[in-house]
Write a protein that binds this ligand. Structure first.
Ligand SMILES: [Zn+2]
Length: 433
């Protein structure tokens, strides 16, 4: 609602060099209460005691709380645009990025899709769309021959490099790394089966990406996939693993020790497992309404979607239940062990919209027992670091931020309920209520 409403003055590209002052605000991670934050040329240029300087435009933050802009660190915008005609997909994705910004999300990380669509979407976002979340992407993912997510659908071929040869994979990764923000691999399937990427190919891809100074995120299934991905040098693990023995937390403890020791980021995508597990369950939709994730009006729209009540290929509801329940039960101990947890939703099949999927993920992280400072870190710092970026409110950093009217460490709803959002800064550009 307020994305185009920026108070009594306009701040845009033509105002480069003119500082803007956000006055009367608490910087949450910087522990600075009642300060003013100055933004110049899209970056934070000062965090200081409140002055009476009147030479720059001033935004009154009304005693609010300034946190870094939120990150959606695992989505597939190409998937959301898939049903649209080809020549409309870039514009559609660009519009989704505007929606994300309306929910306080200033950065979106796309974990795999057709490279031409992603390049066009970013171009569209940068040149045509007004204020919108920034877009980082992987382009095509690496998988085995006809592995997930290609399976038997040739239409999906542009979203993957299917490879059974480490030398080819290395060359492809070197070339791709120049065009994308990071590399994504799918390491899922029966060991030795052609649809599973080989360990040697995975290692070759990581080597190539690291030579180009790009991070590698690896989608895994079983614990052994996770351990091998870490051994191959993965920077981030995507998806909560399926435990061998869901009755014991021993596996989670072992995995936690490994991830913490190797400083590997962990993005459990809880909301994906929740949605696959509960797809078709009316009680689940009622839960979403009860906790404010969805409205009554959203429900017929959700149940009218073609995917509603249908099994997800590859992952059964039973398996997804196990992964979801186990992750919910063990994420707290993983956090306690020092694992850097990142926030990403993956798909929004039963969510009212893609941005809401991320907010649901944050609610689930809190429900799993993560302290709220860790939830905020997951939605900001850790998600950015996962792809080699930063999200902090410090002098010199990019001015992407969200202003809340209440303390996000007091209650998760202060972060995820939009009624608590006062405004955003995107590269210093304010959108205010
Ligand atoms: Zn994904």
């Amino acid at each position: 609602m307020w994305s185009n409403c920026i108070g009594s003055y306009a701040v845009g590209p033509s105002d480069r060099g003119t500082p803007v002052i956000i006055r009367n605000v608490t910087v949450v991670d910087g522990q600075a209460a009642e300060v003013e934050v100055v933004v110049t040329d899209g970056r934070f240029s000062a965090i200081r005691p409140v002055t009476d300087a009147a030479d720059s435009p001033v935004i009154d933050a009304r005693g609010g709380y300034l946190v870094p802009g939120l990150w959606e660190s695992h989505t597939h915008l190409g998937g959301h645009a898939y049903a649209r005609p080809e020549n409309e997909r870039a514009a559609y994705i660009s519009r989704l990025l505007t929606d994300f910004l309306d929910f306080g999300v200033t950065s979106v990380v796309d974990l795999g899709g057709p490279l031409d669509v992603e390049l066009a979407a970013r171009e569209h976002r940068d040149t045509i769309t007004g204020a919108a979340a920034r877009l980082f992407f992987a382009g095509p993912v690496f998988t085995g021959i006809a592995g997930w997510p290609v399976l038997s659908d040739p239409e999906r071929a542009p979203i993957a490099h299917q490879t059974d040869n480490p030398d080819t994979a290395y060359e492809q990764a070197l070339e791709l790394a120049d065009q994308v923000d990071f590399i994504k691999c799918i390491y899922d399937g029966e060991p030795g089966a052609p649809e599973k990427l080989s360990f040697d190919a995975l290692e070759a891809i990581v080597t190539a990406a690291h030579e180009k100074n790009k991070r590698v995120l690896v989608h895994i299934h079983e614990r052994v996939d996770l351990e091998e991905a870490v051994a191959a040098g993965a920077d981030g693990i995507e998806h909560a693993f399926r435990p061998q023995d869901p009755g014991s937390t021993a596996e989670a403890r072992d995995v936690a020790a490994l991830l913490a020791e190797t400083n590997t980021y962990y993005c459990p995508t809880l909301v994906t497992w929740e949605q696959i597990a509960y797809n078709g369950d009316a009680g689940y939709l009622q839960t979403l309404v009860d906790d404010g994730t969805a409205t009554h009006e959203d429900i017929p729209k959700i149940t009218g979607r073609p995917i509603y009540g249908h099994h997800f290929p590859w992952h059964s509801p039973q398996e997804s239940h196990v992964r979801f329940d186990y992750a919910m039960r063990t994420l707290g101990l993983m956090h306690d062990a020092g694992v850097k947890i990142a926030a990403g939703s993956d798909v929004a099949m039963l969510m009212p919209s893609p941005p809401v999927a991320l907010l649901r993920e944050l609610r689930l992280l809190a429900k799993a027992g993560l302290p709220l400072h860790a939830v905020l870190a997951a939605a900001t710092r850790h998600s950015a670091e996962k792809i080699g970026r930063q999200a902090t409110i410090t002098v010199g950093s990019v001015a992407d931020a969200l202003v809340l009217d209440a303390d996000p460490y007091a209650d998760i709803t202060h972060l995820i309920d939009r009624s608590h959002h006062i405004g955003t800064l995107q590269a210093g550009r304010p959108s205010w209520v």
